[in-house]
Ligand binder design. Structure first.
Ligand code: IMP
Length: 423
């Protein structure tokens, strides 16, 4: 098996960073292929605790090449800051490669993101974006105004393109804190640091595929935030499903043999409170889980809404991604709940909704039908076999397999690298 993809099966924040960190110890290449610095992959290992926004979570494997693929939008300031933070912890980025086709997030994109979000808020239609300029940067990409990392190579052309974009944005922004000369100057210094890393990464990956190297494709966000199949318009601006792993790296789809769906043992969602969340827990219970599981955004620090596991949405994610395995995360965080629930079906106006009739655009009208399960009181701190798990936890996992019809391969039960069970 040479190419594996890690895909979030829910609304992001599934704990993908932990799974990537674990799996990347044995691979030759790790590739981020979508999203941008809106992601916050938390990794805890011997080097310390990190929240990686752009650099692949595999950077800690010194023998591997880490790639930021063409599907990612890059804020060079965030990237350089992240590189410096890693360096301080003794992790060097000499094996980092950045696609020349990855688009740049410019200071004006952040300003526009803030303006657009404010306008939506006034109309009660807030998406709750991370304000990292993601939407405006992807808009420029598809409108063909975007600047790419490769543009940094030819300074004269870069300056021209940057000025063109500045003139364009000036009309939208009316006033900006980021004058052309200020941005250009900033980019001159960032360019010096980043230039050596910029290459046509698809060529590296094609060679790796032909040599049967182990490649791990690291997805950001999650299936329900996908621009097409997610809970539009409350989604991110890139695709988050398996198909984007190919589009955002240049690896042909047929080469991706293993597709690992990362599923948190319960559901969380960020963004405005008005966005539909069928399995949301009552506030008291949600508060307990949020504190216990530290459910606060790793990029924004915002509290996440918490709910029971939603089997209907997992089935939907399975249809879109064709997972070959699941990785369940944060199972330990459910310890101490007397009863646990998993949503197995939806009903609308008292009628059960068959899966074929389910619509992701109609979530606000669905009420969950739950399977009730017993909880477990304690969780072993050192768990090396499936049989070491409390019997109720084993049942809980078996129910997930039954609903999604995909075997569970990994169970994570703590943030540390070693707190993971391979089944
Ligand atoms: P944007 O990607 O910053 O434009 O935000 C769009 C929506 O996606 C907002 O509801 C964000 O909270 C959500 N979002 C973006 N990135 C992540 C993530 O990594 N985890 C969870 N939600 C995210």
């Amino acid at each position: 098996m040479s190419v594996k993809a890690i895909i979030g099966a829910q609304w992001g924040d599934e704990g993908k960073g932990k799974i990537v960190d674990f799996l990347s110890q044995k691979v030759d290449f790790i590739v981020r292929f979508n999203g941008g610095p809106n992601a916050g992959h938390t990794v805890l290992n011997k080097y310390g605790k990190f929240k990686l926004h752009l650099i692949p979570s595999g950077i800690f494997n010194k023998k591997a090449i880490s790639i930021i693929g063409n599907g990612v939008v890059i804020n060079p300031e965030v990237l350089v800051k992240e590189m410096k933070e890693l360096k301080k912890a003794g992790v060097f980025c000499e094996n980092l490669k950045i696609s020349d086709k990855a688009h740049l997030i410019l200071p004006w994109h952040l300003e526009i993101d803030a303006i657009e979000e404010k306008e939506r808020e006034k109309k009660g239609k807030s998406i709750g974006t991370t304000l990292r300029g993601i939407g405006p940067a992807f808009s420029d990409k598809v409108s063909r105004f975007g600047l790419r990392m490769g543009d940094l190579k030819d300074l004269k052309k870069f300056k021209e393109k940057l000025y063109f974009l500045f003139e364009l944005k000036k009309h939208i922004l009316k006033k900006t804190e980021n004058s052309f000369s200020k941005v250009y100057k900033k980019f001159l210094s960032l360019r010096k640091i980043l230039l050596p890393f910029i290459v046509e990464t698809e060529f590296i990956l094609w060679k790796a595929v032909s040599k049967k190297k182990e490649i791990l494709l690291e997805g950001a966000q999650g299936t329900l935030l996908d621009i097409d199949f997610g809970t539009y318009p409350n989604v991110t601006s890139s695709s988050c499903i398996l198909a984007s792993a190919s589009q955002g790296s240049g690896i042909p789809p047929k080469e991706i043999k293993e597709i690992i769906g990362v599923v948190k043992a319960y559901t969380t969602r960020v963004g405005a409170k008005t966005q539909p969340f069928p399995t949301e827990m009552p506030e008291k219970l949600a508060n307990i889980l949020r504190e216990r599981a530290n459910e606060y955004g790793s990029t924004t620090g915002r509290p996440r809404r918490c709910g029971w596991l939603d089997g209907v949405l997992l089935k939907y994610a399975q249809k879109l991604n064709g997972f070959t395995f699941l990785a369940i995360t944060k199972l330990d965080c459910l310890t101490g709940f007397d009863k646990l629930k998993i949503c197995i079906k939806y009903k609308e106006k008292q009628k059960v909704v068959p899966f074929e009739k389910f619509s992701i655009s109609n979530l606000e009208n669905y009420k969950p039908i739950y399977l009730n399960l017993s909880g477990w009181k304690t969780f072993p701190s050192n768990c090396q076999k499936f049989s070491h798990l409390p019997r109720e936890a084993q049942n809980y996992l078996r129910e997930i397999e039954e609903i999604v019809k995909v075997p569970i391969k990994f169970v994570s039960f703590g943030p540390e690298r070693e707190k993971i069970l391979s089944i």
